[in-house]
Design a protein around this ligand. Structure first.
Ligand code: MG
Length: 274
């Protein structure tokens, strides 16, 4: 909390001296001191900056904890949970609870078409997430059939992954969209076969005791360093047909990656619970 301003001793003495210059006050000590006390009280209620002391708006405690940044903004900082380091997929399992069954090769894990979605064993709520993805270099299919996958926060809220480089589809279904909700602000996709990054800040929805929605989920996304979703409010979980509707769920849920039958790859996945 910022301190209120205080009148200095020197300022009080100046007020005493000036009050002596007012004839009506000079001969009435009670009124004079009443006015001085009232003036000091009013000054103490003023915002600190009006009294001219910059220290009054300084906050010294608490102190932010120290985090060591990665070598580049894509590298995990010291307090991140590493979900995939290019070799070890131990944090993941198939959505149906079976063992992880995507391909891990050359520092990436890649969808095996029809193997099913995968999800983290650990649940997450509010978070900062970094994830890198690549659609197949060999282009086949079009629209939603070209390099389709998806990143489902809390297993429900889909940030679309798609080859959207010269590939027309509905705007709120292209790469960087919150699928069937918000289109990305711009299309900043790289050509197929190149690695791309998403840096995500996700705020989980909150629910009331009676299961009604208290506050919706929100998401901010940078794709390849460019802002594409600016703290947008989600309408509910991903809904392929119809209008999405929130349903109460836990405050920590698995992060899910979609098998949409295209060999999309992922690497360098790290998360910071917030
Ligand atoms: Mg998808």
């Amino acid at each position: 909390m910022i301190n209120q301003g205080r009148l200095s001793l020197r300022q009080a003495l100046v007020i005493c001296y000036l009050s002596d210059l007012v004839p009506a006050l000079k001969n009435c000590m009670k009124l004079k001191w009443l006015l001085i006390v009232l003036f000091i009280h009013l000054c103490s209620q003023l915002p600190a900056q009006q009294n001219g002391d910059p220290k009054l708006t300084e906050i010294w405690k608490p102190v932010p904890r120290v985090v060591s940044p990665g070598a580049t903004p894509s590298d995990a900082p010291s307090d991140a949970i590493i979900l995939f380091n290019g070799k070890d997929a131990a944090s993941w399992q198939n959505k149906n609870g079976n063992a992880f069954n995507w391909k891990v090769e050359s520092g990436a894990m890649t969808v095996v078409p029809n193997a099913g979605d995968i999800q983290t064993k650990e649940g997450f709520g509010d978070c900062q997430l970094h994830i890198e993805w690549r659609t197949p270099a060999e282009v086949s299919g079009e629209g939603q059939g070209r390099g389709n996958s998806g990143i489902f926060l809390m297993g429900r809220y889909e940030l679309q992954v798609l080859d959207s480089y010269n590939n027309n589809t509905y705007s709120n279904g292209q790469a960087g969209s919150i699928y069937k909700q918000h289109m990305p602000a711009v299309n900043v996709c790289k050509p197929p076969g190149q690695w791309q990054t998403y840096d995500i800040v996700f705020t989980a929805p909150l629910f009331n005791q009676d299961s009604t929605l208290k506050s919706p989920a929100r998401i901010t996304v940078f794709q390849n360093g460019v802002l594409i979703q600016n703290n947008v409010e989600l309408w509910g979980p991903m809904q392929f047909i119809g209008v999405p509707k929130y349903e109460k769920h836990g405050n920590k849920e698995s992060l899910l990656l979609q098998d949409h039958h295209n060999a999309v790859s992922y690497r360098n996945i790290w998360i910071r619970p917030l």
